[in-house]
Design a protein around this ligand. Structure first.
Ligand code: 5CA
Length: 444
């Protein structure tokens, strides 16, 4: 993409309404624009990152054997009356009437709708296990929408629902989700720690939240610092292997890590004192096992192996897709701007032409641009007629992991400069060597 043809409405001033760094940087980098409290338009750069995050979530769900579908945002109130949650959900639910006076709502979550799909189409235990998920906009009329996309009213969530014949099978589905989430977050360059949590309005007491440690996080968390040494890495996982998934769950959840809702001071005090940490975290996902709560309420039964109708065991599993942008930026930025992890970056490389209009510099940039695209990577070429300082500031703000700087002086010596956004280190390389290095970095 050539910057002169892109739409990147970067702000010079720091927006005063933004209280935390991710919100400030998303506004300054022209990624989002608020349309009303807690509701945002996703401008091209923000939309690109949102899509990258969504893709990683999809890929890891499919890898775990889960099946994508798409349910609507608007739901009929009838189903929620059946489950008893229409009144329980309170003021967070946006209630609407259609022209016929029928009660509708903008879905804050989808347990009822998915259970209705299930009960309409699945009648035998032979169709189990089954996990369906979608990535769809939700609406929660939060009392205090704030921190940009972090606590929005309209936000994008991946929500998945498992249907199993027995509690054991449903707990395997729970473990499978935990494992796949560890992989998902690591691919985004994040460490998200599973912590024992509370079921809230979704229900169930078997639940973990995934937290990214950050001073600006809304949750207070208590943990054994040894959990931060754990990493999932590049393990080969067989998601059908019950023992393997269980052992990953044990590895990642045995050490003390809880949110304030379930914090137990006595247990915490058993952790060696120098490892006891109290901090703040951003909740980027939550998994639940809630047994037959919704299948009982909505009559979702299958014929069991003994021929008798049996209520299915369920769980639901959410990832805060739009919130993740904020969480990644909170975890990865400096005073100049965002530093995107390679896995989610909107463009792989930025090209800065130090002397636009100089025939040699222009030609070198065009050639690099074409070759990067030919490698299957995306470059953002700053081809504006601006001074170098302004171009560097924009690149630093939008946080592309790599920058190639091209100028007449370097070209005389046959070199361009390749700079890492994270380390700030630059090296002079021939254009070919720079391309080879970029290819190597993204092949990892
Ligand atoms: N049905 C279950 C799981 S599918 C559910 O709704 N879980 S949840 O309430 O925990 O939400 C899932 C994730 O959505 C949260 O972990 C959080 O990352 C994200 N989320 C929740 N509320 C908001 C909000 N107001 N703004 C942005 N993200 C949110």
């Amino acid at each position: 993409m050539r910057l002169t043809r892109y739409f990147l409405p970067v702000l010079k001033e720091t927006p005063s309404e933004a209280q935390i760094v991710s919100h400030r940087l998303m506004l300054r980098a022209g990624m989002i624009k608020q349309s009303s409290a807690g509701i945002y338009s996703w401008l091209p750069l923000g939309f690109k990152v949102l899509k990258n995050i969504e893709n990683i979530v999809h890929e890891e769900q499919v890898r775990a054997g889960h099946i994508p579908l798409l349910m609507p945002t608007l739901q009929s109130a009838d189903l929620w009356r059946e489950s008893g949650r229409y009144d329980d959900y309170g003021e967070e639910m946006l209630r609407i009437q259609d022209r016929h006076g029928r009660d509708m709502l903008y879905g804050p979550t989808n347990e009822e709708l998915i259970t209705d799909i299930f009960r309409s189409h699945v009648s035998s235990y032979k169709d189990l296990p089954l996990t369906l998920y979608h990535i769809q906009w939700k609406f929660r009329d939060e009392r205090r929408p704030r921190f940009g996309v972090m606590r929005g009213r309209e936000f994008l969530m991946k929500d998945g629902y498992n249907f199993d014949l027995t509690k054991e099978d449903a707990l395997h589905a729970y473990n499978r989700h935990l494992v796949s989430y560890l992989r998902t977050y690591e691919r985004m360059g994040l460490q998200a720690i599973p912590m024992r949590a509370d079921g809230g309005p979704i229900g169930g007491d078997y639940t973990h939240e995934f937290l990214v440690l950050a001073e600006t996080g809304e949750s207070e968390v208590f943990y054994d610092s040894a959990v931060t040494d754990l990493s999932f890495g590049d393990r080969d996982i067989d998601y059908d292997d019950v023992a393997q998934c269980q052992s990953v769950l044990e590895e990642f959840t045995t050490k003390y890590a809880r949110t304030d809702e379930t914090h137990d001071e006595a247990l915490f005090n058993e952790v060696p004192e120098d490892r006891r940490k109290v901090a703040r975290g951003i909740e980027v996902g939550q998994i639940f096992y809630f047994g037959t709560k919704y299948s009982d309420a909505l009559g979702a039964k299958v014929q069991g192996p003994d021929g008798k109708p049996t209520a299915v065991h369920m769980g639901s599993h959410g990832v805060g897709v739009s919130r993740l942008l904020g969480a990644i930026i909170e975890a990865s930025h400096d005073d100049k701007g965002i530093i995107w992890p390679e896995g989610v970056t909107p463009f792989h490389v930025g090209i800065v032409n130090l002397k636009q209009g100089d025939a040699e510099a222009d030609a070198a940039c065009e050639s690099l641009y074409g070759q990067i695209e030919a490698m299957g990577l995306e470059a953002l070429y700053d081809d504006r007629n601006e001074r170098a300082g302004g171009k560097f500031a924009t690149m630093d703000l939008i946080g592309l992991p790599l920058r190639i700087t091209v100028g007449p002086r370097g070209l005389k010596n046959g070199v361009v400069e390749l700079t890492s956004r994270r380390s700030g280190e630059s090296e002079e390389l021939t254009p070919d060597a720079a391309l080879a290095k970029i290819a190597g970095i993204y092949a990892r």
